[in-house]
Design a protein around this ligand. Structure first.
Ligand SMILES: *[C@@H]1O[C@H](CO)[C@@H](O)[C@H](O)[C@H]1NC(C)=O
Ligand SMILES: *[C@@H]1O[C@H](CO)[C@@H](O)[C@H](O)[C@H]1NC(C)=O
Ligand SMILES: *[C@@H]1O[C@H](CO)[C@@H](O)[C@H](O)[C@H]1NC(C)=O
Ligand SMILES: *[C@@H]1O[C@H](CO)[C@@H](O)[C@H](O)[C@H]1NC(C)=O
Ligand SMILES: *[C@@H]1O[C@H](CO)[C@@H](O)[C@H](O)[C@H]1NC(C)=O
Length: 485
């Protein structure tokens, strides 16, 4: 019964563009040392659960609970606001111009008010040296930031941009906030099996980033939830293959997650692996979300990128498009003896499978205690940094009017250690660095995690082999019987 579906999946996913787990030094097909099988898997998941409980207890007991961290508090106290209006009525005509004017080493909350309903056709790169930036628009009439590069688009150096370079908006700085903004990549949808079809709309590489009432809209690889602690509240995320991917530690709450294709869609490709310190703390947690798509389409909840991919759905309404087996092990030959942690808790709708009759045998129907560490902003230690911004002051500048506002940002830039070069095309610079695998190098504090991201960046340029993807799928099909009986 399930066979035609899997064949379709295998054929379709052959086109997929994420790197193989082997890139992390884990040979596909030999993740868990075969024999120990189910016992190992239980032990590993229990260990993972214990780790989470410990982290949760630690955070709940103090360690900044409820108190905003000091740097953020200081930045909010020095808040400045500007209006970005392409028609000339604001402080800046483009978002890029405003970002260029922010000083490296910025310590103030810089709120950029984007005009409701306005389309900003810009490719943006927010440098890691510029934290505390907010994009603010109106959820009932959002501004749209859109570009249309794909991985196959030729860059200035004559080479394809790759997945990282395809991004419409890249955020590498910490403490980014957006509210009521559409992040979009409007490149034509890649045909199934086409090469270089990845078209990222938003890539978030900074930590402590929060998105409220935003839409992240694209096709293949829409949201690169790349690295760090991220919060998505009441957002809509649309795409096709692997459309939420990366090794962020992220909490999605009240979001609408939608496939835009009639073919097979894969909602997540969460990247997590035992072999790299730091990466093991990552994972995507969805609470009170809804999943749907094009009628007749087929949606996988996730497939494993790396040996320990981790995704949890709780209280989520699953449309009929969600396939009964739910999950795919991808290149992991024996998911049941790997570190993969895929769980569901109290989900509903025709696509949910509370009794686990048809789900892959290695996916978990979580208990309340198991779900607890994931279900809440405590999963991302949100008490110390999540703050919903007040409504946009889109009509006028809160920074003291057009001239005054612009001047302030410029002065700030001059006082900075390194004022940004006015002529530099930041988007191009970002792309070049990313292609060299340098995106994270020198921009993050965590050396170990840097390596991870550099690897991820490089890997994202590679094509996945057809046979590997097919193999993972086949294994998934065989697993339930093996583990259950
Ligand atoms: C706050 O900023 C200082 C100076 O930039 C930095 O050394 C410190 O790590 C920051 N603290 C946090 C919690 O980010
Ligand atoms: C944000 O999204 C939520 C959920 O869709 C909605 O209830 C709320 O009204 C939105 N906020 C605004 C200001 O539109
Ligand atoms: C992006 O849009 C421009 C015109 O707006 C077009 O010339 C270009 O071919 C498009 N690129 C892609 C990859 O679709
Ligand atoms: C679930 O999300 C919807 C919006 O999508 C919101 O109206 C509702 O209050 C949320 N419920 C809970 C229990 O968080
Ligand atoms: C980020 O800004 C720093 C300081 O201005 C600069 O040295 C670096 O090249 C920039 N990085 C990217 C990727 O643009």
């Amino acid at each position: 019964m399930a066979k035609p579906l899997l064949v379709v999946l295998a054929a379709f996913l052959a086109s997929s563009l994420l790197p193989r787990p082997a890139a992390f030094g884990v040979a596909p097909g030999a993740p868990g040392g075969g024999g120990a099988g189910f016992g190992n898997w239980i032990a590993m998941n229990q260990q993972s659960y214990a780790t989470n409980v410990a982290l949760y207890a630690m955070k709940a007991a103090g360690d900044g609970a409820k108190a905003l961290d000091a740097n953020l508090t200081a930045a909010e106290e020095k808040k400045v606001s500007y209006v970005v209006d392409p028609s000339g009525g604001g402080d800046y005509a483009t978002i890029k111009a405003a970002l260029d004017d922010i000083a490296a080493g910025n310590t103030k909350r810089v709120v950029l008010n984007l005009k409701p309903g306005v389309v900003y056709r810009e490719k943006l790169f927010l440098n890691s040296s510029k934290p505390f930036v907010t994009f603010l628009s109106d959820p009932s009439s959002p501004a749209t930031i859109v570009w249309n590069d794909t991985a196959a688009t030729t860059g200035e150096d004559g080479k394809p941009l790759g997945t990282v370079g395809s991004t419409s908006v890249a955020v590498e700085s910490d403490y980014f906030v957006a509210r009521g903004v559409v992040f979009k990549n409007d490149a034509p949808l890649a045909k199934p099996g086409a090469k270089g079809g990845q078209a990222v709309a938003l890539r978030v590489f900074g930590t402590k980033a929060a998105f409220f009432n935003c839409t992240i809209d694209g096709g293949q690889d829409t949201l690169y939830d790349h690295k760090g602690l991220h919060y998505f509240k009441d957002c809509t995320i649309r795409g096709s293959v692997d459309f939420i991917f990366g090794f962020g530690r992220s909490f999605y709450e009240g979001c609408r997650i939608e496939s835009v294709v009639k073919e097979v869609a894969v909602l997540t490709a969460q990247q997590r692996t035992k072999s790299i310190e730091g990466a093991i703390d990552s994972g995507f947690s969805f609470k009170n979300c809804s999943i749907g798509g094009v009628k007749g389409g087929q949606i996988y909840l996730g497939r494993a990128w790396g040996d320990s991919s981790r995704v949890v759905y709780a209280y989520t309404e699953m449309g009929e498009e969600v396939v009964p087996i739910g999950w795919d092990g991808w290149n992991v030959a024996k998911p049941e003896s790997s570190g993969i942690y895929y769980g569901e808790f109290k989900c509903s709708g025709p696509g949910a499978d509370a009794k686990k009759k048809k789900r892959v045998g290695w996916a978990l129907d979580l208990t309340e205690a198991q779900a607890k560490p994931f279900v809440g902003t405590h999963y991302i230690f949100g008490d110390s940094w999540i703050q919903e911004p007040p409504p946009s002051t889109s009509g006028s500048s809160a920074g003291g009017g057009k001239a005054a506002g612009a001047k302030k940002l410029k002065q700030q830039a001059e006082q900075g250690a390194e004022a940004p070069a006015a002529e530099a095309d930041t988007a191009t610079t970002a792309t070049k660095d990313a292609k060299a695998g340098k995106t994270s190098a020198g921009t993050t504090k965590d050396a170990k995690a840097e390596k991870t991201s550099a690897a991820a960046t490089k890997d994202a340029e590679e094509e996945t082999s057809t046979s590997a993807a097919t193999k993972g799928t086949k294994e998934a099909e065989e697993t339930p019987a093996a583990t259950k009986e």
